[in-house]
Design a protein around this ligand. Sequence first.
Ligand code: FE
Length: 196
Amino acid sequence: MTDHHDDAPIAAQVRELEALLEQKGLLDPRELDQTLEAFAANASPANGFRVVARAWVDGDFKAKLLDNANEALPLIGLSMGGGLQVQTLKVVENTPDVHNVIVCTLCSCYPLGLLGPSPTWYKSPAYRSRVVSHPREVLAQFGFTPPDDTEIRVWDANAEMRYLVLPQRPAGTEHLTEEELRQRVTRNGLIGTAPV
Ligand code: FE
């Protein structure tokens, strides 16, 4: 399973590999189907919300997440393993000085397991071509205007490398529980087209 739209040659290679493994008795095709189905069923923005809320309340988890997200995710029962291909995840933290935005300029690479299916606009040529050169204009179209002195960093994902934005914890949420904090996070916030 991949959310990479230009995946025809890869899909053919995967089928070839599957056939070879089955032929050698190394792979039970039903087991593979179950793994891929489980991955697709679990792919949801609720996973991303959990990651962010935990990072907001647990400084050790946040430090690990920013240092090596693939190793941090299993600490809360998640992983980047989606069947055959493991993708590297880099979590980029918003601060008062830096706001991060993710895009795939080539196609539509996206941390599917943590955010669910990508929104249509993420795959649109307009977003992909404009956000790198004119990030503030694009963010304004989402109704979001970061402070003038905040640097906007745009991260270009690809088949091997996926990004997730860690938004700033909103002011006045000190009294909220981790579960309540999850509900404050939005999918667009994890892409960077919204503040949270
Ligand atoms: Fe892509």
